[in-house]
Design a protein around this ligand. Structure first.
Ligand code: PRP
Length: 214
């Protein structure tokens, strides 16, 4: 399901259903309800890959037949959706990890500079989790992802994984050079950014397409 690129910090999903749903979200004729549905399916598949090696602890239980030593998640997990587009990934990941906490970060790109602007943060006052999964469908320049990583690092999170649907080489380069411990899980590494800093071929503006605000 997953093909790692030479840099072990980048994990690109390789799966027929990923290719199918990725094409749905890239297609400019896909209406919002179908965009939302396919984005959620992609979020499920990305999160399965991104959490495959989470730490486990043994737990002795009783099955209806006999006792058994099984496994449970050992670490506390936080989901960090970047508003707005990351919201489209939250429910799918929460279905897989119902005990996760959700911390919203509000960032938008200034249209003229493409620099991220911070406008909202709902990190709880205490350092609540061990692993943070940043949810954002698009990694373009990497400015937003780096700002999110910085907030989480400043706050005390030691393990950060970035879950995106599509990523530009420029964004991957920025995140991996500034945050060498962050692992990126994505469905596709696209060609490049255009002059407006949009991913090419990309999928347009995920937030607008998700919430039908085009
Ligand atoms: C988009 C996207 C990322 C960011 C990526 O958000 O969802 O958060 O841009 O760009 P970057 O890697 O260059 O920082 P946008 O600013 O469009 O906000 P929105 O989700 O509210 O539409």
């Amino acid at each position: 399901m997953m093909a790692s690129m030479p840099d072990s910090h980048i994990h690109v999903l390789d799966h027929a259903l990923v290719a199918h749903h990725l094409t749905v979200v890239r297609d400019r004729t896909t209406p919002s309800p179908l965009f939302r549905a396919s984005l959620a399916q992609l979020a499920t598949m990305i999160s399965v890959s991104a959490t495959a090696d989470l730490a486990l602890r043994d737990l002795k239980i009783e099955t209806p037949i006999r006792s058994f030593v099984g496994k449970r998640l050992r670490q506390r997990i936080g989901l960090v959706p970047i508003l707005r587009a990351g919201v489209g990934m939250v429910e799918a990941v929460l279905k897989l990890i119902p005990t996760a906490e959700v911390w919203h970060l509000g960032l938008y790109r200034d249209e003229s500079t493409a620099e991220p602007v911070h406008y909202y943060s709902k990190l709880p006052p205490r350092q609540a989790v061990d692993v943070a999964l940043i949810l954002d469908p698009m990694l373009a320049t990497g400015g937003s992802a780096c700002m999110a990583c910085q907030s989480l690092t400043d706050w005390g999170v030691t393990e950060i994984r970035l879950l995106s649907v599509i990523a530009a080489p420029e964004g991957i380069q920025k995140v991996t050079s500034e945050f060498s411990g962050v692992r990126i899980f994505t469905c596709a590494v696209d060609e490049r950014l255009n002059d407006e800093k949009f991913i090419v071929p990309g999928l347009g503006d995920a937030g607008d397409r998700l919430f039908n605000t085009v």
